[in-house]
Design a protein around this ligand. Structure first.
Ligand code: GDP
Length: 424
């Protein structure tokens, strides 16, 4: 069996969905192993343009099984509407093609509400949550105050368990936030309309993975967000609430005994970041607007303008290391074609010292970029499919980044479409 993880190296939005869609043709199974509906993986293929939130980006491939692992925050309402949306575009989605782990915890109706209430309470100190309920979900999961997808099959026991959690949760909703409590009637309606239609997809993944092993199937693990948003290794507290790191993939997928043979780190040719928190290479004003427009840098989930800046070799080096990346996919090189000279941040100045190591999170606020400039290529590179056909300046830019981050750049993406790719 040969396994590969596709992970984000930076702040997320690196183009992971596009890379999974491309590479999944070589794999039998694509698994989402962490995160939830706050993801926004954009995929463009023969069915159209999709922003996937919970569904693995392999669902468009015939013969590929898509799996939602136990590490994912399964929001029945969002997942169901996503399944309907994809089916409406002509993609067949049967229980043979999509499997949801019975060990996955369900994101409950109050999680999104609590996310909104807390962001309101924080006001100008907010973290920039996507308000998909992810932080309340994961904190409840680790308090063991969620229900597992597999519990849906025993309706009576499910509601008994859920009622206990609801009564506990209503204390916070009413007494901390002064909001209206959730009722059992609301939960029954949620169960009937959002959970029951998902039940055919839910099951134990153990036999499935055993069969994969016996039949020597190839499994791909698809991550959400990037290294710098990881709960343990990211820019605390501006992280997500789950592990975005490749090492977690087999655990969140439901097969903790599997080894990863390849880890492809997805890196954007410049930097973008959504939400609050330190972003050392950030640009402002006209320069930023121009890059944002050229790159179409608006959130796939929220439509929020993304913060933009030059390529950050310091953060990327760190991201490559914590992911254990064995190869890199560099995306959006075509976006830089308009620039005369291209800035790259090679080191940080932190206080009075210069470093090429990514600093401790609380030092990031006082970090400044040390920038080198490379010549631009000034022409459209999106039709190019061979590395040696790229203008010399574009080749040099890729090779410079490769040297800076210390990892082989195997894929260079020059457009959002499936085939806009250079494989070295
Ligand atoms: P993900 O969350 O990591 O999958 O990334 P997103 O989907 O949020 O953001 C990537 C965006 O860049 C999407 O709109 C993609 O269609 C687009 N994209 C990906 N690769 C390329 C590329 O090489 N060139 C251009 N111009 N767009 C790309």
């Amino acid at each position: 069996m040969s396994n590969c993880a596709i992970v984000g190296i930076n702040w997320g939005d690196e183009g992971k969905g596009r890379m999974v869609d491309l590479i999944s043709s070589d794999y039998d199974v694509v698994v989402r192993y962490q995160g939830g509906g706050n993801a926004g993986h954009t995929v463009i293929n023969e069915f159209g343009k999709f922003a996937l939130h919970l569904l693995p980006s392999g669902i468009f491939r015939e013969g590929v099984v898509s799996v939602i692992g136990n590490g994912v925050a399964v929001d029945p309402e969002s997942l169901l509407s996503e399944i309907r949306y994809v089916r409406d575009k002509g993609v067949s989605l049967t229980p043979d093609k999509l499997k949801i782990s019975s060990r996955a915890s369900l994101l409950l109706p109050w999680h999104k509400e609590l996310d909104c209430l807390e962001e309101q309470r924080l006001a100008d100190k907010k973290f920039g949550s996507t308000k998909q309920g992810i932080a309340p979900f994961y904190s409840d999961k680790y308090q063991k105050k969620t229900v597992l997808a597999g519990e849906l099959f025993d309706e009576k026991a499910f509601f008994e368990h859920l009622q206990g959690i609801m009564e506990w949760k209503n204390l916070t909703i009413e007494k901390v936030y002064g909001a209206a409590p959730t009722t059992m009637e609301q939960l029954r309606e949620w169960y009937d309309t959002c959970c029951v239609p998902l039940m055919p997809f839910i099951g134990d993944l153990d036999d499935f993975y055993d069969t994969c092993k016996q039949q020597d199937k190839k499994i791909m693990f698809e991550a959400q967000l990037g290294s710098l948003r990881d709960i343990d290794y990211g820019i605390h507290p501006y992280t997500t609430s789950s592990s975005t790191i490749a090492a977690y993939a087999p655990i969140g997928a439901g097969a903790p005994y599997l080894k990863l043979d390849e880890i492809i780190g997805v890196v954007k040719a410049y930097s973008t970041c959504v939400g609050e928190g330190p972003f050392t290479v950030e640009w402002f004003g006209e320069e930023a607007d121009k890059l944002r427009e050229h790159g179409g840098e608006y959130g796939a989930k929220t439509g929020r303008p993304r913060r933009v800046g030059s390529f950050d070799a310091v953060a990327t080096r760190y991201g490559v290391k914590v992911q254990g990346a064995t190869a890199i996919a560099l995306t959006k090189l075509d976006v830089l074609s308009y620039m005369d000279k291209i800035p790259v941040c090679v080191k940080y100045k932190v206080g009075d010292r210069t470093t090429d190591r990514f600093p401790f999170p609380s030092l990031l606020a006082q970090s400044e970029p040390v920038t080198e400039y490379l010549p631009g290529w000034g022409c459209d590179i999106s039709p190019i499919r061979r590395f040696e056909d790229l203008p010399q300046e574009a080749q040099d830019y890729v090779l410079f980044i490769e040297k800076q981050i210390g990892c082989y750049i195997k894929y260079v993406s020059v457009g959002p479409e499936r085939d806009s790719i250079i494989i070295r």
